[in-house]
Design a protein around this ligand. Structure first.
Ligand SMILES: NC(=O)c1ccc[n+]([C@@H]2O[C@H](COP(=O)([O-])OP(=O)(O)OC[C@H]3O[C@@H](n4cnc5c(N)ncnc54)[C@H](O)[C@@H]3O)[C@@H](O)[C@H]2O)c1
Length: 261
């Protein structure tokens, strides 16, 4: 799918932070491309020096004026990003949180065997990070704004091999509802986007992922895998004023996969 060109400037003048681009297959990149196509200005982060050469050309492609390292495991880096946003823009309209992590031994085993440190790490990077971003974004969203995170159907149903990440995504979806209730009076909306399975780097850490892709394709009413552009355009729609009374949602962008038994 290509980004629709009609009303290409729907988000002109809007400023947002995109976290989670690892390469050009990342869901966050699909979001960056859509928001950019609709006229928004973007701050973009990369994980570390190893990731930088993969992300830098993408940030350049969307003319990002703020491009900084951000590893949630390094204290103060997220705060530095928000300081740069405050100095450069003084305000913020949207945040796309598209990160998740679980140590291999934690993600690869049964939930019943998960060790405490693996559990805390998983929840820290995959869930608390969104709470922290909302906390830092709130004072900058002076006229309101929209916060997005990425979730998966494995939060609702037991999906083979998704294991502890399903638990983390369930917490993340609940977080969305609480944040939406708390920030709604300030005109700040909060959503989770739930894409169907997509072949990204994070997904390659899940055993038998190819089988899940095949199942997704054959079971979904659309009989098609979604693309990162499909996810990006749906996310950008929810950032538009046309969606001003929609909040606290988990929006499935999955070709209808989740409605089928
Ligand atoms: N790929 C899928 O099938 C799928 C489906 C539904 C939801 N999701 C979710 O989408 C989001 C993005 O994943 P993706 O599939 O685009 O994979 P991806 O590998 O492209 O992106 C994952 C990102 O998480 C970042 N990250 C990991 N640890 C971090 C840390 N400590 N600090 C900061 N960033 C960190 C990585 O740098 C990377 O950019 C994740 O939340 C994932 O769970 C993915």
């Amino acid at each position: 799918m290509s980004i629709p060109v009609v009303n290409a400037q729907l988000l002109r003048g809007r400023k947002g932070l995109i976290v989670g681009i690892a390469n050009d297959r990342s869901i966050a990149w699909g979001c960056a491309r859509a928001f950019h196509a609709f006229g928004a200005e973007l701050a973009i982060t990369y994980l570390n020096d190893k990731a930088k050469p993969h992300v830098e050309p993408l940030a350049r492609h969307v003319d990002s004026p703020i491009f900084m390292p951000m590893d949630m495991a390094i204290e103060g880096q997220l705060e530095s990003v928000f300081e740069a946003i405050s100095e450069t823009w003084g305000e913020l309209d949207f945040v796309v949180h598209s990160i998740a992590f679980s140590p291999k031994d934690t993600l690869g085993g049964r939930v019943v065997d998960v060790p405490r440190d693996g559990f805390l790490k998983t929840m820290d990077i995959s869930c608390w990070s969104f709470i922290r971003m909302a906390h830092l974004a709130e004072p900058l969203m002076k006229k309101g704004g929209t916060l997005f995170t990425m979730t998966y159907y494995g939060s609702q149903k037991v999906v083979e091999n998704y294991n502890i990440m399903g638990v983390a995504k369930a917490a993340l979806e609940s977080t969305v509802r609480y944040l939406a209730a708390e920030l709604g009076p300030k005109n700040i909306r909060v959503h989770a986007i739930s894409p169907g399975a997509l072949a990204t780097r994070a997904a390659s850490g899940i055993p038998e992922f190819d089988e899940l892709l095949e199942k997704t394709k054959t079971k979904s009413p659309a009989r098609e895998l979604v693309s990162i552009d499909d996810v990006g355009v749906a996310t950008a729609f929810l950032a538009h004023d046309a969606a001003r009374l929609i909040t606290g949602q988990v929006l499935y962008v999955d070709g209808g996969y989740h409605i089928i038994d």
